[in-house]
Design a protein around this ligand. Structure first.
Ligand code: ZN
Ligand code: ZN
Length: 246
């Protein structure tokens, strides 16, 4: 494989309500796979059975390194139909980073243009660094607008390995990723590759996503999770920009 991903930053533990590993089991798996950094990103409010917001407040008790792997804490926030995210700022405050995604559990598909407007609105939030799985025709987006806005607001778009797995296979996702990745190269927009693991056995699984990147000859420089340093620099620079504005 041409690309090497050493940070898996979109993963879920038992706290998400429909995932099956503990933080330690996920970290152990990450260590065995040779990852340098594991980001745990439980679902935000809106997904049935996920943790209460108070979960994010107490993440400070979790060791920063487990099994030799650095541990970061994010949240996979939901975009709501009014273009806001599903977690209040007194809780996003405790996150290292934020991922926003459309989930039909708490979102009504309103068509490509309006879906795109709602995601762009979320990108303006200082804690939103990533957009998860913008890849399915059941919640279509306008890729040209999404990719340009991601560049403008310093947000990276995901290539989600789970979306490409046979038993999950999201609608038209191969074709959608091809479109998105070509536009990302054209506009210099960052992406990240993740497993979206809901079980330790999937931590660090990137095979299908990387195949996709090879297929389109994607520019490695635009991938933000090929090293720990690059990942940290990427999430920090939006934080710094925001602090300067205040
Ligand atoms: Zn998701
Ligand atoms: Zn997820």
């Amino acid at each position: 494989m041409k690309y090497k991903i050493v940070c898996d930053v979109h993963t879920h533990t038992v706290a998400s309500g429909h995932a099956y590993g503990t933080i330690r089991e996920m970290a152990k798996a990450a260590s065995e796979k040779g990852l340098e950094l594991l980001g745990i990103s439980e679902h935000g409010p809106g997904i049935q059975g996920t943790c209460a917001p108070v979960y994010f407040w107490n993440l400070k008790v979790v060791p920063k390194v487990l099994y030799g792997v650095e541990i970061f804490h994010g949240c996979e926030l939901n975009v709501l139909n009014d273009g806001t995210i599903s977690l209040a700022d007194n809780y996003t405050y405790f996150l290292d980073y934020g991922i926003v995604g459309i989930h039909l559990n708490c979102y009504d598909n309103v068509g490509a243009e309006k879906n795109t407007d709602n995601l762009i609105e979320c990108m303006k939030h200082p804690k939103v660094n990533f957009i998860s799985h913008p890849d399915s025709d059941d919640t279509p987006v306008n890729y040209e607008r999404l990719v340009k806005a991601a560049k403008k607001y310093d947000v990276a778009l995901e290539v989600n390995n789970s979306s490409l797995v046979e038993y999950y296979r999201r609608i038209n996702c191969h074709e959608n990723y091809r479109t998105m990745l070509k536009l990302c190269m054209e506009h210099g927009t960052n992406i990240f590759v993740s497993s979206d693991a809901h079980d330790p056995s999937d931590v660090g699984r990137f095979d299908l996503a990387l195949k996709m990147l090879e297929e389109v000859g994607f520019d490695e420089n635009l991938i933000v999770n090929t090293s720990k340093e690059k990942f940290k620099e990427f999430i920090n620079r939006k934080n710094i920009k925001f602090q300067k504005k205040k």
